[in-house]
Design a protein around this ligand. Sequence first.
Ligand code: UD1
Ligand code: UDP
Length: 364
Amino acid sequence: MKIASIVGTRPNFIKAAALIEEIKKHSIDHLLIHTGQHYDKEMSRLFFDELGIPKPDINLGVGSGSYGEQIGNITIKLEKVLIKEKPDLVIVVGDVNSTFAGALITKQLGIKVAHVEAGLRSFDLTMPEEINRILTDRISNFLFTTEKSGNENLKKEGINEKKVFFVGNVMIDTLIKHREKAEKSKILSKLKLNKSRYAVLTLHRPSNVDKKDNLEKTLYILEKIQEKIKIIFPMHPRTMKNISLFQLNKKIKNMKNLVLTEPLGYLDFLCLMSNSKLVLTDSGGIQEETTVLGIPCITLRDNTERPITMEQGTNMLVSTDKNEVIDKSLKIISNQIKIKGKIPELWDGNAAKRIVDIIRKNFD
Ligand code: UD1
Ligand code: UDP
């Protein structure tokens, strides 16, 4: 049996790490294809090195571009590779452009597609990821879900239930495997931080950072929160680019308690999150990771495709109303709100094993 896995962005690498490790335990011929959507060392190679992911067999080198350019370039280049390599199954993970483009051309070539992290829905079609999720799920042969809401969404969309498997969360497999190692990271001393005395921030959604008004609104929130607690902000390249474009560098510099860093490696970032008082984010994966770490998370968005992190975990969707975000954050910092969560079903470190077992059984 020959499987090809397609990855392209930071969260893809973290999810695929667990899957590839599991695949390698079996007599499966495996091909790792990197689309090149993310390419900076801090957004790509660092994760391969830290998580022990094998060097990609093929890198399509598509780089950055508009939605159309990325989908087009990936499908054009991947088509040639898949025709030559003839895998029996292609695995795609998450909801990024590399996920959908990979699924699309695979299916067109008559090859089976497995989608890991299927069924999540924000019901917000202005998000590129929501379109990627819906279309990828529609054409996948195996749909692996992380939470039961995924199964329900897919059922409502008329996807045959026999193709859908609730398996847990491969991103959490990776977290569980590396948690102990991450605690040895020197990031706290490097940034001169005391446990539980700082907040962590990540920001990269187009809705928050692609328009000057929206970015300014978020900076106002940060200005108020950093008066009470130090905020560590590993900055995503999209955000960095836009802060320069909108000439907001000075505003950021003036916030004395806002500490900017490059995007961090997985182990440093995990250590930073797990020792923090609070995480503020618009990331998808970080909502899940903070739930497992038991760290309060304020999601700077109007919706989430991961409702279980709010229902059972430590995630709070505070909307993007700035006064509400500031109010909730300050209450967490001053211990007026205590957040308790539990770990969702099957987020136990064994999702990749379940996925590979199901695939092998179906190919026997
Ligand atoms: C992409 C995903 C998003 C995911 C995020 C994870 C899509 C539509 N979006 O968003 O769902 O949450 O990855 O981080 O697939 N850039 C660099 N260096 C890099 C990569 C990007 O400088 O290594 C800059 C480029 O200016 C690029 C911009 O960041 O234009 C955006 O990159 P892109 O991959 O298009 O989208 P992300 O915002 O990273
Ligand atoms: N992450 C990281 N370093 C950082 C920021 C995030 O290693 O500086 C990790 C984080 O722990 C999570 C993943 O990157 O595992 C989330 O990726 P991102 O927020 O870019 O994408 P999303 O999950 O929103 O698609």
